[in-house]
Design a protein. Sequence first.
Length: 184
Amino acid sequence: MLSLVAAMVASTTPTTMKDQNMPSTFYPDAKSEAEMRNAVRVSLSRLQGGGPSPAEYWFVFFRNDERVAVAGAQGGLDWPIREEGCRETIYSLDFTHPQSLKCLLSEKSALGSTEDDFSFLRRIVHALLAAAGSGVSSPITVRYVALTTHDALAGAGVPANAHHVLDSLDSYLLLASLEIPPRD
């Protein structure tokens, strides 16, 4: 699985995180500045485990300093990559079970989103990755990825025709990716 995911991640264009000390912000359906007032801040409230056990990530969603939702995510495999003198550490969040996606979708109305389920999942998972990576300071590149499968998306009720836009390798799909450049 490590080489499979490393190849998949290397072939995608990740989002780069520049300001790592701020919570992630999620704009449900914002089309104008006035609508951005409904912005939802996503903060990593707890990270537990890691090492031989998968990490557990807990996130809190706030709108106007009021808690509007919570979500958890199971960490997947974490691994270092060393290639041509460059080093990178990849941390993954595992969304390969339909229930993990259904839990996020169950918060859609509380977060004020009216977009389709697939678009919502991609955007909210990216916000989770940004929150997980907030405050990271490392001399090497750190990347957070969210992995899922066609079966998990179908089990969560996401139409199959939406999945085709995701980068894939074998049966894994890259739902979101976030790169944090090195900082000393």
